[in-house]
Design a protein. Structure first.
Length: 323
């Protein structure tokens, strides 16, 4: 009885020790460069999280490089006190199939907070590319085999994954050019230093709407309703049968972050994802905010485990284009 009482008291004081969380600024690590789509989601989300997190400042720290694995490793090794969080994307589940040696364990080194959104991708080209539509792009690619550059955000990034599937579907190998994020990659695409890129609609919609890049297709198996994207064909209907890539973002904390803190961040995330301003910004750029069971950390973790298995076999099959 005495033991039970003592255990109860310890549990209560452990909970109350975190009652004031957060009482100082919270850092969200973005594992890609500033100015890209993951950075954009993180900054918009930080704004929406501020109120439910008691008005605390949220600092975005960009740790780009190695397809998002450097930033993820930074959070896996950070203090597990709830003040360093990770906003990552599908790359957290594709990296294990692509890196021989990982600096962290995707399922073992994080507390899963919840899933944020799902985002389609688009295939875009530099403004001076002569092809005006997908059929012309295919002709241009066949005429320029061996000379085509494809930008991405490093091995395991969404742009890499999409580019890998695209190359293996069209059976044309391209020279990949890795950046620390597709923000800087977009700058080079606009400048004509690289030819093609596959990137999230959250980074490409405004450039497509402005006519600043050539847009060829969406990567989903259905056309999108976003005004600037609604005339784009799917890659599937353009001849790449079965092509279907949608990426997603999720939030994570270092393993061992106390449950009351993880629960508070999860509650804040749920509130942020209902923030009308956040939802409006996401929808305007083709993204879909999560409203289903994957908002729950344990459900999101199950989803990520399934993604790891799914992409491992797809990446293996497309492996010869993996660089
Ligand atoms: N969207 C990029 C990618 O995974 C990364 C970024 O957000 O900059 O390719």
């Amino acid at each position: 009885m005495k033991h039970l009482l003592l255990a109860g008291l310890v549990a209560v004081s452990a909970t109350s020790a975190w009652a004031d969380y957060p009482d100082k600024p919270v850092t969200i690590v973005v594992p890609f460069a500033a100015g890209g789509p993951t950075d954009k989601v993180a900054r918009d989300l930080a704004e929406a999280l501020r109120k439910p997190l008691g008005g605390q400042s949220i600092i975005i720290e960009n740790v780009g490089g190695a397809g998002g694995t450097l930033g993820a490793a930074r959070v896996a090794k950070a203090s597990n006190d709830g003040y360093t969080l990770l906003l990552h994307h599908i790359g957290i589940s594709t990296a294990p199939a692509l890196y021989r040696k990982m600096a962290y364990d995707t399922l073992g080194d994080f507390e899963y907070i919840g899933m944020v959104n799902e985002v389609p991708m688009t295939l875009i080209g530099k403004p001076s590319l002569p092809a005006a539509n997908y059929a012309e792009l295919v002709k241009w690619m066949n005429a320029n085999k061996g000379k085509i550059n494809l930008a991405n955000a490093g091995l395991g990034a969404a742009s890499h994954l999409c580019g890998l599937l695209f190359q293996s579907s069209v059976k044309i190998a391209m020279q990949t050019v890795p950046y620390k994020g597709t923000g800087p990659a977009m700058t080079d695409l606009l400048g004509g230093q690289v030819d093609l890129m596959c990137d999230q609609t959250t980074n490409t919609t405004n450039q497509i709407a402005a006519g600043a890049v050539k847009a060829y297709a969406v990567t989903t198996d259905h056309r999108l309703s976003t005004p600037a994207l609604k005339n784009l064909p799917t890659l599937d209907e353009s001849g790449l049968k079965g092509f279907n890539v949608t990426i997603w973002h999720g939030m994570y904390a270092p393993k061992g972050t106390p449950k009351p803190v993880v629960d508070k961040i999860n509650a804040a995330l749920r509130a942020a994802l209902k923030d009308p301003e956040f939802v409006k910004r996401e929808e305007a750029l083709g993204a879909v905010v999560i409203t289903d069971a994957r908002l729950d950390g344990a459900e999101h973790k199950k989803f990520v485990a399934a993604e790891i298995a799914k992409w491992a076999s797809i990446i293996k099959a497309a492996g010869e284009y993996a660089d």
